[in-house]
Design a binder for this molecule. Structure first.
Ligand code: BGP
Length: 472
């Protein structure tokens, strides 16, 4: 048995990490623009430090990024050369509605994406479009407080309606929010939330989450009304949680961490708030701000497919060890190796995640991000021999094939993060590279922006050509 011949092979990018041109053709300022490179970045992304304006003291990598805005034809041509069947990308909200609450959309922004979609069609590449990949117009944050304000739903609704109508027939696959569960880690990045001094963070986060969930269901409804052929998906940061030991305490902790992570997708996929969440809200004194019609909307507009990013797995321990090594999410796993940035490499974990998520939702799945961030070296002759990336992707593709061919998981496609080097969301670095295509730019904005093919470019081309049969 092999993968379905319509299996969608490709790669994924996000507007804010590649487009640049932050103030061209009427685009408004967005939260993603004001995320600086360097030590303030994390605090800003977490909503703990308020930096709403650009200043001269910081470098902001998203402002120019890799200038996809002016290179998109060249870049899509490279993707086509690898034989891409699908290209996942996202819309910069503030290119379409520069302030978010504008009456009319910005035609130049609409035109830009239309040209991209047409360029994709030229090469028979199916676009898979994320409505918002972490971005939100700054004006909505300053004026309304981002997603903690219910008004945000109608601004998003307007955006979604504009996109579905304008691109009817051009785009079939849509995702409503990138890594919706990441709101718990990066509230400013995900939801435009910068916390007030005395604000109850938990209440603010789950209020914003409710608004995003309602907005997502509303977009799903509108999409299907405008074009019944549209397939709309949710998107989660999909690492799974292993219990540290078989001690039931650890097993239970892993269960709790899974609940926390899956909550958003449970709602988007099943249409109701899960009991474990309602009970926790009760204990925390939080009342979900349901308005009349919300419950029905959620119930009747569940997603058509479930997508997720997969980079690594996590370890859950009931009692945190005092000596053990800590990673960003939980403890280190002694059975796994790690990337230079400390991300635990676990191909079998991807097969487990595919099975878990499929068992949980019984909907078609889509892996929309997977890849290795590494520091590539350009040799004297210009070549880039990224065998470590090939090895990483090979082992993960093997695992996904096992999940499909042996375990029977229904998987629509696989898009690597990211086919072309771009700005890292977490660190703002360029040197944390993921691409098959190298971009000449460093962490401080120097470089010619020229594109060149890495060794992995030719490898992935062959993988696609053989529909995943030849991974050597
Ligand atoms: C995901 C995001 C992407 C991407 C990726 C890699 O969480 O959806 O935007 O950036 O992670 O992360 P990083 O760029 O921090 O290496």
């Amino acid at each position: 048995m092999s993968l379905n011949e319509n299996f969608l092979w490709g790669g994924a990018t996000a507007a804010n990490q590649c487009e640049g041109a932050y103030n061209e053709d009427g685009r408004g300022l967005a939260n993603v623009d004001v995320l600086p490179y360097g030590e303030d970045r994390l605090a800003v992304a977490k909503g703990l430090k308020k930096m709403y304006e650009l200043d001269d003291a910081h470098y902001y990598p998203a402002l120019e990024a890799i200038d996809f805005y002016h290179h998109y034809k060249e870049d899509i041509k490279l993707l086509a050369e690898m034989g891409f069947k699908v290209y996942r990308m996202s819309i910069a909200w503030s290119r379409i509605y520069p302030n978010g609450d504008d009456e009319e959309p910005n035609e130049a922004g609409l035109q830009f994406y239309e040209e991209i979609f047409k360029e994709c069609k030229k090469y028979n590449i199916e676009p898979l479009v994320t409505i918002t990949h972490f971005d939100c117009p700054m004006n909505l944050i300053k004026k309304y407080g981002g997603w903690r304000n219910r008004k945000q739903i109608s601004f998003y609704e307007k955006l979604a309606r504009t996109l579905f109508s304008r691109y009817k027939g051009l785009v079939k696959y849509w995702l409503t929010f990138n890594e919706i569960n990441v709101i718990l880690l990066f509230p400013f990045l995900n939801a435009g939330i910068c916390f007030g001094e005395d604000e109850n963070k938990y209440h603010a986060l789950y209020t914003a989450a409710h608004h995003e969930l309602v907005a997502s269901a509303l977009a799903t409804k509108i999409a299907h009304e405008i074009d019944p052929d549209i397939m709309i998906g949710c998107m989660m940061a999909g690492g799974i949680y292993y219990p540290k030991t078989c001690n039931p305490q650890d097993v239970f902790k892993a269960r709790q961490d899974t609940h926390k992570n899956c909550f958003f997708i449970d709602v988007q996929s099943r249409g109701t708030y899960p009991n474990y969440a309602l009970k926790e809200f009760e204990r925390k004194g939080f009342k979900v701000p349901f308005e009349p019609g919300d419950e029905e909307l959620l119930k009747n507009n569940t997603v058509d497919f479930v997508s997720f990013s997969y980079y690594q797995t996590h370890v859950s321990a009931a009692v945190e060890s005092s000596d053990g090594e800590k990673l960003l999410h939980g403890e280190a796993n002694p059975y796994l190796s790690r990337s230079k940035w400390g991300w635990q490499i676990d191909p079998l974990g991807m097969r487990i995640a595919l099975n878990d998520i499929y068992d949980r939702y019984q909907k078609p799945l889509f892996i929309v991000e997977n890849g290795l961030g590494a520091a590539d070296v350009v040799e004297k002759d210009g070549s880039i021999n990224d065998d470590y990336r090939i090895e990483y992707l090979r082992s993960h593709i093997k695992a996904l094939k096992d999940a499909v061919e042996i375990d029977g998981v229904d998987l629509l496609g696989y898009t690597t993060w990211a086919p072309i080097d771009l700005v890292s969301a977490g660190t703002g670095e360029m040197s944390k590279r993921y691409g098959f295509v190298y971009v000449d730019r460093d962490d401080h904005g120097n470089g010619t922006l020229s594109r060149s093919r890495k060794k992995s470019f030719y490898w992935y081309k062959k993988v696609i050509e053989t529909n995943g049969e030849d991974l050597d």
